[in-house]
Design a protein around this ligand. Structure first.
Ligand SMILES: NC(=O)c1ccc[n+]([C@@H]2O[C@H](COP(=O)([O-])OP(=O)(O)OC[C@H]3O[C@@H](n4cnc5c(N)ncnc54)[C@H](OP(=O)(O)O)[C@@H]3O)[C@@H](O)[C@H]2O)c1
Length: 282
C-alpha cells in the first residue's frame, strides 16, 4: 500500500512511518505540500498516487490559533477541504485527525463519538470545521479525534514538564483540567489498524483512562526519576498569574465506542507513559 502522510515531520506523522512498516510512505511536508496552497496539495497527492491518505498536519498551537484565527481556519478547515476534495477525486480513503477540543468539557463524563461538539477556542472551531469538510466532501473519510498527544520528540506537555523539572525545584500545574494523554505511537498503531477496515465515520482514539494535568505532571516526574515537586493549582488561579488567550475544556476525556466495536482499543495512559519514559523497561 502507498500511504500519503501529511504533517509527516510532526509527532503523529513521524510515528505513522513506523506503524505502516512494510508499506510505502510518501511524506507530505512543506514547502512542497502546503495546506494553504490548493495546487500544492493536489499536485503532491496526485504525484504520490496513494492508496490511503493520513492527514495529520494541522496548526496545533492552541493559543497561536486564538491570536491568528484566519490562519487557523486556512490551515485546519480550508486545508482539510483541499485534502478531502483531492482524496475524493482520486477515490482514496482519508483519515483526518481531529481533537478533543471540539468539546466544551462540561459533560461530566467521557464524550461519545455522537455527542454534540461545542468548541471553546478558535483551534477547536477550526478543527471541527475541518472534520465537517472531510465528512461532507468525501464519503470514504474517517475522522479520528484524539487528545493530549505526546511523544519523545516534538512540543508537548510531557516534554515541557521534563524540561521545567530540570530547571526549577517546583512546578505549578492545574489540577482541574482533565483529559486523556495519548502516546503518538499508540495512536499511529490504532490508525493503521482502523485503515484496514472500511467502516468510515468518527472515532475517539486516546490512551484509555484519564487524569488531570497535575496527575500527568506528577507521574511524568516520578517515572523520569526527577526531584522537582509539583504544586496543584486551580485553572483560575493559574490564569490570574499566567494569562492565556485560548480557553480549554475542563474535562474533554474521550470514550472509544466505535473503535472498540471493531476491536481497536488503546492501552492505558499510565502504561503508555511508562513505555515513553522508560523504554528500556518495556
Ligand atoms: N498535539 C496534541 O496534543 C493534539 C491533541 C489533539 C489532536 N491533535 C491533532 O493530531 C494531529 C497531529 O498532531 P501533532 O501533535 O502530531 O502535530 P505537530 O507535531 O504539531 O505537527 C503538525 C504538523 O503539521 C504541519 N503543518 C502545519 N501547518 C502546515 C501547512 N500549512 N501545510 C503543511 N503542513 C503543515 C507541521 O509542519 P512543519 O513541520 O512544517 O511546521 C507539522 O509537521 C493534528 O491534526 C492535531 O490537530 C493533536
Amino acid at each position: 500500500m502507498r500511504v500519503f502522510v501529511t504533517g509527516a515531520a510532526g509527532q503523529l506523522g513521524s510515528e505513522m512511518t513506523r506503524a505502516f512498516a512494510g508499506h510505502d510512505i510518501i511524506p507530505g511536508s512543506r514547502p512542497d505540500f502546503d495546506l494553504t496552497d490548493e495546487r500544492s496539495v493536489r499536485r503532491a497527492i496526485d504525484a504520490a498516487e496513494p492508496d490511503l491518505i493520513v492527514h495529520a498536519a494541522a496548526y496545533t498551537d492552541v493559543d497561536g490559533c486564538e491570536r491568528e484565527p484566519e490562519r487557523a481556519y486556512r490551515v485546519n478547515a480550508l486545508g482539510t477541504r483541499f485534502v478531502a476534495v483531492t482524496a475524493h477525486a482520486s477515490g482514496v480513503p482519508l483519515v483526518a485527525v481531529s481533537t478533543d477540543y471540539v468539546f466544551d468539557g462540561t459533560k461530566g463524563e467521557p464524550y461519545l463519538e455522537w455527542d454534540e461538539p461545542r468548541p471553546l477556542s478558535v483551534y477547536g472551531r477550526s478543527k471541527l470545521a475541518g472534520e465537517r469538510e472531510a465528512l461532507t466532501l468525501h464519503d470514504r473519510s474517517y475522522v479520528v479525534r484524539t487528545s493530549w498527544v505526546y511523544s519523545p520528540q516534538g512540543r508537548n506537555f510531557v516534554r515541557t514538564m521534563l524540561r521545567l523539572a530540570g530547571e526549577r525545584p517546583t512546578l505549578t500545574v492545574v489540577d482541574d483540567e482533565r483529559g486523556g494523554p495519548t502516546l503518538a505511537a499508540d495512536l499511529a498503531d490504532a490508525i493503521a489498524r482502523l485503515a484496514e477496515r472500511p467502516v468510515y465515520g468518527i472515532y475517539h482514539f486516546s490512551n484509555t483512562g484519564s487524569c488531570s494535568r497535575y496527575e500527568l505532571a506528577s507521574r511524568t516526574i516520578e517515572l523520569a526519576g526527577l526531584a522537582a515537586s509539583i504544586v496543584p493549582v486551580s485553572t483560575a488561579e493559574y490564569l490570574s498569574r499566567y494569562p492565556l488567550p485560548a480557553r480549554r475544556p475542563a474535562d474533554s476525556t474521550l470514550r472509544n465506542v466505535a473503535g472498540a466495536a471493531l476491536g481497536i482499543e488503546l492501552p492505558p495512559w499510565e502504561d503508555a507513559l511508562r513505555r515513553c519514559l522508560q523504554p528500556s523497561r518495556r
